[in-house]
Design a protein around this ligand. Structure first.
Ligand code: URA
Length: 208
């Protein structure tokens, strides 16, 4: 449906910290989850609530609760795992659907090597997690996989996005909402986001 650049002083500050070339693995992980909590807040803003009467300390009290919404997080292996706890902090009942792709060296197309979806995917809102929305190839494949499985409500959460990837997804899947903490300038010639964060997977997993 739209691109949501989640613009908030806390997010801008935390993204600034993420960009530091010598950030530690533990700080990168902590910040990724903190930002994801804020993205989750924004990406669930339209969830409907319903009234429920419960027993409070001074008698019956009417409270709001989320109405019949079932959520699945969909971390894209491996870097998406680094955002998963941020969603679980906000939506503890969410189930996880995990997907993995590698890039075919000849066709350059993403090839699925792992998928395990939550049950009742057709009734759930999917929150796809990937720190970087670069070319959009893997995201496009993930959206297609979810749609083929019957999922009707799909949103993507990113720490950093490139205009090239955003344009591709909005063109191919205009009903998908993209929530990103930063919208950067461009991709370089090897598909990295500039200025970006570097290799987010390496930073989250401490590999180099
Ligand atoms: N994946 C990354 O980890 N970083 C980028 O800049 C692009 C894709």
């Amino acid at each position: 449906m739209a691109l949501h650049l989640v613009d908030h002083p806390l997010i801008r500050h935390k993204v600034g910290l993420l960009r530091s070339y010598d950030i530690s693995t533990s700080h990168f992980r902590t910040l990724s989850n903190e930002i994801t909590r804020l993205l989750t807040y924004e990406a669930t803003k339209d969830f409907a609530t319903e009234k429920k009467t419960i027993k409070g300390w001074a008698g019956d009290v009417e409270v709001d609760c989320i109405k019949g919404k079932m959520v699945t997080v969909v971390p894209i292996l491996r870097a998406g795992l680094g955002m998963m706890d941020g969603v679980f902090d906000m939506i503890p009942g969410a189930k996880a659907s995990v997907v993995g792709f590698y890039r075919d060296e000849e066709t350059l197309e993403p090839v699925q090597y792992y998928v395990k979806l939550a049950n009742k995917i057709e009734e759930r809102t999917a929150l796809i997690l990937d720190p970087m929305l670069a070319t959009g190839g893997t995201l496009e494949a993930t959206i297609r996989l979810l749609k083929d499985a019957g999922c009707k409500s799909i949103r993507g959460l990113f720490l950093c996005a490139a205009p090239e990837g955003v344009d591709r997804i909005l063109k191919d899947h205009p009903e998908v909402d993209i929530y990103t903490a930063a919208l950067d300038e461009r991709l370089n010639d090897i598909g990295y986001i500039i200025p970006g964060l570097g290799d987010a997977g390496d930073k989250i997993f401490g590999t180099k």
